[in-house]
Design a binder for this molecule. Structure first.
Ligand code: ADP
Length: 494
């Protein structure tokens, strides 16, 4: 905005001078007008300086209280209000209350009174703060006589007793809001009458209100964000503790179960083989069931131990050059009887290509591939299971394709999560634990590989793929080294 230092009326007078306007009368009038314009200019300059300052405060301060305190001090100093305060609404509906963020004064006597009062002492419930509530609900400023309606009694009582200072005549309460969101109030108390503010002061205040509202809004978002982050951090650390306790329990329980169970299995096998005398046919049948059950339990415990090792970062992989062709041939031979029992064809589809080796922990990668073929047989009642090894660029790709129960699109993404069995898996196979694929993915990923699944839908078969980098390629691990399988960032809860 630009101001002319020559008021319009001076020009007019020069154009048409009259006798009565000459001499000291005219000079007084010019002086008065100049004085008024100067005062206006001073206010505008102050306002501009204050707005700049508020902008800086809003950019630099972080906490609500910190920001409000700096803002109230700046307003009090620049505009000569004896008391400047900001209160914000907290909570919603009946639970809402007013929280004083800052009450400051540039006057020494009042500063002394404020020193004896904490902001918490001043906090009142919104219901009892009639004026503030009215200002907020109408979104219109209001002038009140004195200050008693806005501040709690114990504080206003001290202000009233303050005989050494000027009497505080009126208080102006401004709503602070952003769009339709009420944020709080700005309270200005002065020893002058605030009912008839000059247009310039009113203009200046509305500029301030806009900036203060924005600053409060920003600080409120920041505070909310900080609180949410803090809550999340706490919840996270509680979860981590629980997870640790659970992993420890899992590890102890599995270890304690594993040793006696292997002993039971060993003795059962000896009894079956006749080491303790010949068994009748009836007894043999029972022994078969007992032996199969002990094997199942041991399998489950092995899986639990693997999970516990992975989660504590103790599952170590000893890397060597592995010929997957040989591994795959062996495991197909090993699982053929299972397929035969279910009258399924288990086919090893040959590749004409020479297959490159991969760098892997031979035992662990065998366990993963075996789990996929075993699953394909478990979850297929009719048809066939095709196993294939192929080369795809720098990767060796192992695939198992079955004509079994298939997986629905909704459930396919959950397969690699711990303890997850989907699509009525228990009907096909009662003794699954839902841990095999979870362990498989962790092991494959540690080998810089990928495990994937695809299925046209329930009842329509599935295909599982594992891709591993060929030995010597950029992504391959180094034979002769060791790595540990663990939980990576972003994998928690998978
Ligand atoms: P488990 O077989 O012990 O339940 P896994 O982690 O190996 O545990 O498999 C998780 C689940 O994935 C299985 O319970 C089953 O629902 C599903 N699944 C795995 N392989 C197949 C497959 N070839 N066809 C259909 N569903 C499968």
């Amino acid at each position: 905005m630009r101001f002319s230092i020559f008021p319009a009326f001076i020009k007019r007078r020069q154009d048409a001078p009259s006798d009565s306007d000459t001499g000291s009368g005219l000079l007084t009038q010019v002086n008065r007008e100049l004085y008024k314009r100067n005062a206006e200019l001073a206010i505008r300059n102050k306002t501009l300086a204050l707005l700049r300052k508020l902008d800086e405060i809003s950019m630099a301060s972080v906490g609500m209280e910190d920001m409000a305190q700096q803002v109230t001090i700046a307003i009090g100093q620049e505009f000569g209000y004896e008391l400047v305060a900001i209160a914000v609404i907290e909570g919603t509906g009946k639970q809402s209350s007013m929280r004083w963020l800052s009450v400051t004064s540039p006057v020494q006597n009042i500063i002394n009174i404020l020193k004896e009062t904490t902001l918490k002492d001043l906090t009142e419930s919104l219901k009892t703060m009639g004026v503030a509530l009215k200002v907020l609900s109408t979104n219109k400023s209001k002038v009140i006589e004195g200050y008693k309606e806005i501040f709690p009694e114990h504080f206003s009582g001290k202000l009233a007793k303050n005989k050494s200072g000027k009497e505080l005549k009126s208080t102006l309460i401004y709503p602070l809001s952003l769009g339709s969101q009420a944020l709080g109030v700005l309270v200005l108390t002065a020893s002058r009458n605030l009912n008839n503010l000059s247009e310039h002061e009113r203009e200046a205040i509305s500029g301030i209100i806009g900036l203060v509202s924005l600053a409060i809004y920003k600080a409120k978002i920041y505070e909310d964000l900080q609180k949410t982050t803090e809550d999340l951090r706490e919840a996270n650390s509680r979860l981590a503790q629980l997870d640790k306790a659970k992993s420890e329990f899992l590890s102890i329980a599995s270890h304690q179960l594993y040793t006696p169970l292997t002993a039971i299995k060993g003795y059962l096998s000896m009894i079956q083989e006749g080491d303790y005398g010949k068994l009748s046919q009836k007894q043999n049948k029972v022994m078969d069931i007992l032996y199969a059950s002990s094997e199942r339990l041991i399998e489950l415990i092995k899986n639990l131990l693997d999970v516990s090792r992975i989660e504590s970062g103790r599952l170590e992989l000893s890397l060597e050059s592995v010929d997957l062709n040989k591994t795959v041939k062996e495991l197909v031979t090993e699982l053929s009887p299972n397929a035969r029992k279910k009258q399924l064809q288990l086919n090893l589809l040959g590749s004409t290509e020479e297959m490159p080796h991969v760098v892997a922990d031979a035992q662990r990668i065998r366990q993963v591939l075996l789990n996929l073929v075993d699953n394909a047989i478990k979850y297929t009642n009719k048809g066939k299971v095709d196993v294939k090894l192929a080369r795809e660029g720098e990767m060796v790709v192992f695939s198992v394709c079955d004509t079994g129960k298939g997986i629905s699109a909704e459930e396919i993404n959950r397969l690699f999560t711990k303890f997850t069995r989907v699509g009525g898996a228990e009907k096909y196979n009662t003794d699954g634990s839902g841990l095999g694929l979870y362990v498989a993915r962790k092991i494959v990923r540690e080998h810089h590989g990928e495990i994937m699944v695809d299925s046209p839908g329930l009842g329509r078969g599935s295909m599982f793929l594992i891709k591993l980098p060929s030995e010597g390629t950029q992504n391959s691990l180094l034979a002769g080294t060791k790595v540990n399988v663990g939980i990576k960032a972003g994998e928690v809860g998978e």
